[in-house]
Write a protein that binds this ligand. Structure first.
Ligand SMILES: Cc1cc2nc3c(=O)[nH]c(=O)nc-3n(C[C@H](O)[C@H](O)[C@H](O)COP(=O)(O)OP(=O)(O)OC[C@H]3O[C@@H](n4cnc5c(N)ncnc54)[C@H](O)[C@@H]3O)c2cc1C
Length: 420
């Protein structure tokens, strides 16, 4: 295969894993990123750190439309829509509701995401070991905690679908749950343990380490913002940036929630919005859960990272540039204190840090991974919504395959840019 010079736009977890996959194929790589790789500007910094085989169900499921008025009226719910942004978001919202209108549509997305997430834990372990940082990926399982079995059964369709796609799960009663997590509130009396689940102990640090490894292997880091592409006779000749043009043979758009304009410049109109999320993280926490937990009432990932106990979650539909609404982080903190009663003391508050970030989200919950319609040398790799951390290594392998003109290991038709 011919070695090429490929410009990777964006140094979140997608850009970082893509850069390493391209280097494995012998390509020369330049990473364009205006900020710190894995820094606070990136969704990859503040995610819930879950590498969950269960993350195959999209946000939009049948009957969701009935809840939309509630999402508009309740600014404290797990999903909220900011009124001021409603008009601009309407086309995306309409597609969002339609994409989950029938069980068949949800099943189609679940099948696509199951393929994208297959083997994600092993792929991440191999990546972390490959850069000499095996401690960044831990496979001890993941727990989804419910008030009781009835609460679990209320969501039985989603869990049945997961089972259908081979997600291995073990039911835990209250005693078994609290044997694994003694500090968890007694309000949770039933759980699902995903034995294949894993987590990352420092999502932002992981991205920084992956990018550092790529640079150590010869990648160039170009501190700039990509602004467009120069083509000659339909062939890419350069990526334009606010610090000059970069001549290249190919480019990968991996700029997360900011990818829409670049994708348009490459010939594709993508329905992409920010599903904004938040975290609170308590440094030196009074409880140290051995296995990450997703308490189902708060819909938030509770995970012990290298920097503290993190609760990450919430979905707020608004523009990526809107100011954070820190009340949403405080909602997470309230949930966290209820889930772990030992945290509910005044000294906790002094140790809390807060973050807001932008999930790059398509309406159907599937990323865009394909060759751009306007230029064969530009590859789309964005729109990973809730699963970008987990699905990054497989995405990177697909991108490397597309650049090498090899057939990817999985069917990528569900990730086409032309589906919108
Ligand atoms: C609260 C929350 C919880 C989550 N939990 C999980 C989870 O538990 N598991 C999971 O798998 N996923 C989770 N996700 C989703 C996951 O974090 C994202 O899907 C993933 O990080 C997206 O990675 P990315 O590289 O595409 O984008 P980003 O991480 O946002 O990185 C994009 C990068 O591109 C750069 N950039 C932007 N514009 C340009 C430009 N014009 N030129 C050059 N560079 C540019 C940015 O500065 C940024 O560094 C969560 C997300 C959130 C917000």
């Amino acid at each position: 295969m011919d070695a090429k010079h490929i410009v990777v736009i964006g140094a979140g977890v997608i850009g970082a894993t893509v850069a390493l996959a391209l280097q494995r194929d012998g390509h020369r790589v330049t990473i364009v990123e205006p900020s710190t790789p894995g820094g606070i500007q990136a969704a990859s910094h503040g995610n819930g750190a879950f590498l969950s085989p269960a993350s195959i169900i999209p946000m939009s499921i049948p009957g969701l439309w009935k809840k939309v008025p509630g999402y508009l009226l309740d600014p404290t719910g797990a999903l909220t829509i900011r009124w001021r942004h409603l008009l601009r978001l309407s086309p995306w919202l309409m597609r969002f509701l339609l994409s989950g209108w029938t069980p068949a549509r949800v099943g189609k997305t679940a099948a696509a995401l199951a393929a994208l997430l297959a083997g994600a834990q092993a792929r991440h372990r191999a990546l972390a070991e490959g850069i000499g940082r095996p401690e960044l990926i831990v496979q001890k399982g993941l727990i989804y905690a419910f008030a009781d079995k009835t609460a679990f059964e209320n969501d039985s369709a989603s869990w049945a679908l997961r089972r259908r796609f081979g997600v291995r799960m073990q039911e835990l009663d209250g005693t078994e749950l609290h044997a694994l997590l003694p500090d968890l509130s007694q309000a949770y009396q039933f759980a699902i343990l995903l034995t294949d689940g894993a987590h990352c102990t420092n999502p932002g640090g992981y991205v920084a380490a992956l990018v550092a490894a790529a640079v150590a292997q010869g990648a160039d880091m170009h501190r700039a913002r990509a602004t467009g592409f120069s083509l000659r006779n339909g062939r890419l000749i350069a990526v334009e940036t606010d610090a000059g043009a970069l001549a290249c043979d190919g480019a990968v758009i991996a700029s997360g929630a900011r990818s829409k304009a670049l994708a348009r410049a490459a010939g594709d109109r993508i329905s992409l919005e920010s599903e904004r999320g938040y975290y609170v993280e308590i440094a030196d926490p009074a409880v140290r859960p051995a296995i990450p937990v997703m308490p189902q009432d708060g819909k938030m990932a509770n995970v012990l990272t290298e920097t503290g106990l993190r609760a990450s979650g919430q979905v707020e539909l608004a523009s990526a540039d809107a100011a954070p609404d820190w009340r949403r982080a405080d909602i997470l903190l309230g949930h966290l204190k209820r889930a772990w009663p030992a945290l509910d003391r005044p000294e906790t508050d002094a140790k809390v840090s807060r973050w807001q970030g932008n999930r790059p989200s398509t309406p159907d919950g599937r990323p865009v991974i394909c060759v751009a319609s306007g230029c064969r040398q530009i590859i789309h790799a964005f729109g990973h919504g809730h699963i970008g951390l987990a699905s990054a290594p497989m995405t990177a392998e697909i991108v490397a395959d597309l650049i090498a003109d090899r057939p990817p290991a999985i069917d990528i038709a569900p990730f086409a840019a032309t589906r919108f």
